[in-house]
Design a protein. Structure first.
Length: 594
């Protein structure tokens, strides 16, 4: 027999009590429930008698309840635990993504109550307020909340991560910390709401809040953090999947504008006494098992200093071209470029379109002991084993052009140039390819054919372009629809007709979806990104147009005749596969081919 858990909650009640807030027989948290849970886990083979005995001993020493140890130490999968708790309590175990967010419902529960009891309001129907919790509540908690919220309550169980993300999204990041900072601030009671107040900047104060901002950004796969002061507000925005997303902050944080900027400057080793000029710095942190380098830029504005933090993961990268999610239209064409013995391969697109990642995926396919690869980049964003990587330093005149001249003396087989920015770099890259090197680089152009005009504008002779350029890949990133909150979508008829003109045989099985938002996707409806590409492989007819200085639109028409798939067409393929939405393709590739 399993011994009773003496540290379980003392507010037990009969196991099958019909609670007035719910139409079903509900059983709220009691000591006997924990014992039944343990017995079920042993019966299901998820826990052994020995493990249970050891955890009961640790519960006696630490003062924690047995079920808390199950959750905290991940002894059993959280979803499996919640499923068993659901069976014992009668509270359904749900996916929070099934509920659509309603600001009016969120306003029914004050922030302090939601944060204290870790509850998320989901729905108000027929006077019954549905609350999401990650643990079965006690009867005392239920009755107390029913009185405070003045409403009948219904309950659902959801994973703890969903509760944490929802609370952050609805009530603001670091609400508890900000309240404490304002309460502890010197003279806070005498300051008006429009004035900054002084706070501590050590680990227990404002720096702790900045660390929370950074940790949340890393969890959300953010590339940039923007902290922006205004006259009566402080705005925090994350760039997630290429789109700036505002992160709610708790009330009162606008009074800490100066302290926030000072804490960032302290962490970046910048001068906190100088607020009239820009500052640059770096913050190195470790989060989990990964090391991150944050490039910090602080800029003075009329209402204070605005801070931008660029997050770079300094870990080794292992990119497989087959795992980048490239479409079946484009993957074979791009993979074939890695088989070329020499020439120039160009990746085009705006900043943040994943050009460097795709180039490194190409390098990983080429990278063998028989091939010497040297890169010159600004900055070196990824570390790859077996490759010599050179960091550009403009202050000591180590530019792309000067580095390339030295690189060619090291007998490389493949050269990666971070970006062709000027005529000197373009000329050296072209001539390196003519001497038997395979050169990979990036350009900022709207589509693949425009890269020819860009090189011509840089002063590269058309006959050299025709001789050395083997392939040009234009790339954009579209956000993927979140798999946990998808719902069917019916696009307008003109869009359906356009897609059908490109893929008539696939329309019958087409899956059009959109996401309505959930904690998994930070309530955006999208989670992660996928590349769409336009691949132009050079042939004799295209080279003839380049030599005769034909404009980009003529070159594009000729490339389409030879099977080039445009960015918009590749995007529509992702739409009918159910990977992205119509709005995403129109946002990324709509204006170019409307």
């Amino acid at each position: 027999m399993i011994e009773p858990d003496i540290h379980a909650a003392a507010d037990a009640h009969p196991p099958a009590e019909k609670h007035p807030d719910h139409g079903a027989f509900l059983r709220f948290y009691d000591a006997g429930m924990v014992l039944e849970l343990a017995e079920r886990l042993i019966q299901d083979g998820m826990l052994t008698e020995a493990q249970l005995g050891e955890m009961q001993g640790r519960a006696s020493l630490t003062g924690k309840t047995l079920d808390a140890l199950f959750f905290d130490e991940s002894a059993v999968d959280e979803k499996a635990l919640l499923s068993r708790f659901s069976e014992l309590s009668g509270i359904p175990f749900k996916n929070i993504g099934e509920y659509k967010r309603d600001p009016d419902v969120i306003a029914k529960v004050p922030a302090k109550i939601a944060l204290r009891h870790r509850i998320v309001p989901l729905m108000l129907h027929n006077g019954i307020l549905t609350l999401a919790v990650s643990r079965v509540p006690s009867l005392t908690t239920v009755d107390g909340l029913r009185m405070v919220l003045d409403s009948a309550l219904d309950w659902v169980l959801v994973p703890n991560t969903d509760v944490a993300r929802s609370l952050t999204h609805f009530y603001g990041l670091g609400a508890e910390t900000i309240d404490q900072l304002i309460a502890e601030a010197e003279g806070a009671e005498n300051d008006s709401g429009d004035e900054d107040i002084a706070v501590r900047t050590e680990e227990t104060g404002m720096v702790r809040f900045i660390n929370m901002v950074i940790a949340e950004a890393i969890r959300m796969d953010v590339t940039d953090i923007h902290i922006e002061p205004f006259e009566h507000a402080l705005r925090l925005r994350y760039r997630v999947d290429g789109i700036l997303q505002e992160i709610p902050l708790p009330k009162g944080v606008e009074r800490l504008k100066r302290a926030v900027a000072s804490a960032v400057k302290i962490m970046a080793n910048a001068d906190i006494t100088e607020r009239r000029k820009p500052h640059d710095g770096r913050i190195k942190i470790r989060c989990g098992a990964s090391d991150y380098d944050l490039r910090v830029s602080v800029l003075p504005t009329g209402w204070g200093e605005t801070c931008c933090l660029r997050i770079l993961n300094r870990g080794n990268i292992s990119v497989d071209l087959d795992k980048l999610g490239l479409s079946t239209n484009q993957l074979p064409k791009i993979a074939k470029l890695t088989e070329l013995p020499h020439g120039v391969i160009l990746m085009t697109g705006p900043t943040g379109s994943g050009k460097t990642t795709t180039l490194y995926a190409l390098l990983s396919r080429i990278n063998t002991t028989g091939v010497k690869i040297i890169t010159v980049e600004d900055p070196v964003e990824y570390q790859m084993a077996g490759i010599s990587q050179v960091q550009v330093h403009s202050k000591i005149d180590l530019t792309f052009a000067t580095a390339l001249r030295s690189i060619l003396r090291h007998d490389p087989d493949v050269i990666l140039i971070g970006e062709i920015r000027d005529s000197d770099t373009a000329d050296i890259a072209v001539r390196a390819s003519l001497t038997g090197h395979l050169v990979l680089s990036t350009l900022h152009t709207n589509d693949a054919p425009s890269a020819i005009a860009r090189l011509t504008d840089m002063g590269v002779e058309p006959y050299l372009i025709a001789s050395c350029v083997e392939g040009i890949v234009a790339q954009r990133l579209v956000r993927r629809v979140c798999p946990l909150c998808t719902e069917p979508f019916h696009p307008p008829q003109p869009i359906r007709d356009e897609i059908a003109s490109f893929y008539p045989d696939r329309m019958a099985a087409a899956t059009f979806v959109i996401g309505h938002g959930c904690p998994n996707c930070s309530f955006t409806g999208y989670r992660s990104r996928s590349a769409i590409n336009e691949v132009m492989i050079m042939n004799d007819s295209l080279r003839g147009l380049v030599v005769s200085r034909q404009p980009a639109n003529i070159i594009k028409d000729e490339a389409l005749k030879h099977g080039m798939v445009t960015l918009r067409q590749d995007g529509w393929l992702r739409v009918i596969e159910g990977r992205t939405s119509v709005d995403e393709v129109l946002r990324v590739a709509g204006r170019m081919e409307a």
